[in-house]
Design a protein around this ligand. Structure first.
Ligand SMILES: [Zn+2]
Length: 82
């Protein structure tokens, strides 16, 4: 979880600071995969057993998860080709 997205007004709040995970990834020489917001829709859909990617496939939250999955997939395909 990276930042808080206000369900009322959509404002993004970097409650953990911003860029920390990316900096640590750089420092450790590992890939930074992306940022997942703290958002009520993600919590409620997960608790209902229908994760956001299936419950709301067109949402920006789903795009964030898909983006991370694509990076992992590309990395795996690259390592398999070596
Ligand atoms: Zn707000």
């Amino acid at each position: 979880m990276s930042y808080f997205l206000c369900p009322s007004c959509g404002t993004r709040s970097d409650i953990f600071g911003h860029g920390g995970a990316r900096q640590v990834a750089d420092k450790l020489a590992v890939d930074f995969l992306g940022e997942i917001p703290l958002h009520m829709d993600i919590r409620t859909t997960s608790d209902n057993g229908t994760p956001i990617v299936t419950a709301q496939p067109e949402s920006p939250h789903t795009e964030a998860y898909i983006g991370i999955a694509r990076k992992i997939m590309a990395k795996l395909q690259h390592s398999r080709a070596e």
